[in-house]
Design a protein around this ligand. Structure first.
Ligand code: DC
Length: 219
């Protein structure tokens, strides 16, 4: 299989995939795909009562993704909807919708279209196993449930959202279970993925470890 200039970062909720992907994109000047945000957008537009064809069109043509330092702004009709789509409610609905074949199928080519000449870092659940099987480098990033809940708690708090730790842990555990046990594209590491357990690592250490692998594969 001919390998393409893509680095995939898969793993469970709040394992640090997003921060790692943004660091990689900034450091190496490559494009970024936060595939979870596409599932969240699907949920967002479903709540607004659009049908699947309209949703596919909207995500392809009417949404602008802008990487700004360590955040990706998501704009719809010039309105910044980043905070809305990153709520826990939308996450739960996205997880539910992501079990449907028609939803996964409709997002497949949109995800592949993020790959351009300059290279791509793509994070999600099935980037290395399904969407970019031909990626040059695959990372599977994981961490203990306690550590992930702590990180998500701080993230939501920083965004001014109300959070309750026991509820958050229960939500993450439930989402993990759903993501791992679904029939379509369940969450698991690709055979050729490098597994990094970040429970006792700082974000900087995870980045340096991935950077080494990137430099080995890409140069
Ligand atoms: O990464 P995230 O929390 O933003 O993802 C939200 C939901 O979308 C997640 O619970 C499962 C689904 N998802 C998926 O099925 N496949 C992906 N590649 C990314 C996300």
């Amino acid at each position: 299989m001919k390998k393409i200039n893509v680095i995939t970062i898969d793993g469970p909720s709040a394992s640090g995939k997003g921060s790692l992907a943004k660091n990689i994109a900034n450091q190496f000047g490559i494009d970024i795909l936060d595939s979870g945000s596409l599932y969240r957008l699907y949920a967002y537009f479903t709540e607004l009562k659009f049908d699947s064809v309209e949703i596919q069109n909207k995500i392809s043509n009417e949404i602008k993704f802008e990487l700004k330092d360590m955040s990706i702004d998501i704009k719809y009709k010039s309105k910044n909807i980043s905070n809305e789509i990153r709520s826990e409610d939308i996450a739960k609905f996205a997880s539910k919708l992501s079990t449907r074949s028609e939803v996964r199928q409709s997002l497949y080519s949109i995800q592949r279209n993020f790959y351009m000449q300059k290279g791509l870092v793509a994070d999600g659940r099935d980037m290395g196993t399904v969407v970019f099987k031909d990626a040059k480098l695959k990372i599977f990033l994981t961490a203990s449930i306690e550590e992930r809940a702590k990180r998500r708690y701080l993230e939501l708090q920083n965004r001014g959202q109300e959070v309750n730790m026991p509820d958050l842990m229960a939500d993450i555990e439930q989402r993990d279970f759903k993501d791992r046990s679904r029939d379509l594209s369940p969450l698991f590491p690709a055979d050729d993925a490098h597994i990094i357990d970040s429970s006792n690592m700082s974000a900087e250490e995870v980045f340096l470890c991935t950077k080494k692998l990137y430099e080995k594969e890409f140069y």
